[in-house]
Design a protein around this ligand. Structure first.
Ligand code: AMP
Ligand code: TRP
Length: 330
């Protein structure tokens, strides 16, 4: 039996090269070796208020991007989280098996609730819903960016805890899969913080759908240092190191080889080449996105994905309910 992979991306705008290199690129590579289930996690998106029309648009945007980067609906199950009721259902069961203490320690919750005395309960329970996503599909492997490490650890803790209490085979205990290179892409205008969808300045990121002019502007304006040598040193030279990292993962050239190639050359020349590499990598993604985003095929793929996901989810819920003694209908 093939091992199963599960991962999810929130339907927000501005999906950027950090999301691509940290997550989506791995999703595509994994499809050939594993049984893959990829979700658009819209229930996670509403942990902070969202405009309904925007949310709906972003769900379809992310779905089209999934396909544009190379996910193949024949190989992978691609669907929207709220179309499969098992996610919310299992989340409740897991909430009864997780603790306010451990959830209060989640750095994402601390960041997002900072400054407010009271936060939405859903924001607090966010990692439990994420655990439900993963455990619902008996996933063995969860490819994500480094920033999700703590949530994966929590998922494992909850799975082990439930297994100890309700039977060893209640849940499969999953492993995270984090990329070393490219696992954390930093903001172009401030390489000390990670590239994010929500940063105010558009120049802080390169979105997957940016055109050539915008890509060029972001890279040429990216923060570097005054030392002028192209060398990887995340601590002393975070700006140029981040650009080297991006260059390396997009081109498939090792960082050491890039350092050698650019010895004696200036940041300007390096950045110009990087623009070309990134434009070359993103153009086909943008073209494919335009083809599919407004096609009927997109909705059909998501409906078919939800039906296939639901079969797995129902089977898991039957098992969980039986281990917990819940319900009377089989
Ligand atoms: P999110 O933007 O939080 O929905 O993240 C979607 C996926 O992209 C997750 O697997 C994240 O870990 C990953 N990700 C988000 N930001 C970055 C970044 N700056 N560098 C690398 N991976 C990232
Ligand atoms: N929390 C993840 C993020 O912000 C998204 C996510 C939700 C996810 N459920 C998941 C990722 C399950 C992997 C598996 O990136």
């Amino acid at each position: 039996m093939k091992k199963r992979v599960f991962s999810g991306v929130q339907p927000t705008g501005n999906i950027h090269i950090g999301n691509y290199l940290g997550a989506l690129k791995q999703f595509v590579e994994l499809q050939n070796e594993y049984e893959c289930v990829y979700c658009i996690v819209d229930l996670h998106a509403i942990t902070l208020p969202k405009d309904a029309e925007d949310l709906h648009k972003h769900i379809l945007d992310v779905a089209a991007l999934y396909l544009a980067v190379g996910l193949d609906p024949k190989k992978s199950v691609i669907f929207v989280q709220s179309d499969v009721p098992g996610h919310a259902e299992l989340a409740w069961v897991l909430m009864c098996n997780s603790y306010t203490g451990e959830l209060s320690r989640m750095t994402q919750f601390k960041d997002k609730s900072r400054g407010s005395e009271s936060a939405p309960t859903g924001l607090f329970a966010y990692p439990v819903l994420m655990a439900a996503d993963i455990l619902l599909y008996d996933a063995d492997i969860v490819p994500v960016g480094n920033d999700q490490k703590q949530h994966i650890e929590l998922t494992r803790d909850i799975a082990i805890r439930v297994n100890n209490k309700y039977g060893e085979n209640t849940f499969v205990v999953p492993d995270g899969r984090f990329l070393k290179e490219g696992a954390r892409i930093m903001a172009l205008d401030n390489p000390l913080v990670k590239m994010s969808k929500s940063a105010e300045s558009d120049l802080s990121r390169i979105s997957l759908l940016d055109d050539e002019a915008k890509i060029k502007k972001s890279i040429m304006k990216a923060e570097t240092d005054s030392d002028g040598t192209i060398r990887y040193d995340m601590e002393k030279k975070p700006g140029i190191s981040n650009l080297l990292n991006i260059y390396s993962v997009f081109s498939g050239t090792a960082i050491a080889d890039l350092e050698a190639e650019y010895t004696g050359k200036g940041y300007g020349a390096f950045k110009k080449d990087l623009v070309e590499i990134v434009v070359g990598a993103l153009s086909p993604i943008r073209e494919r996105f335009e083809e599919i985003r407004y096609s009927k095929e997109l909705e059909d793929i998501l409906k078919d994905g939800a039906a296939r996901a639901d079969v797995i989810a129902k089977e898991t819920m039957r098992r969980v309910k039986s281990h917990f003694g819940l319900g009377i209908c089989k």
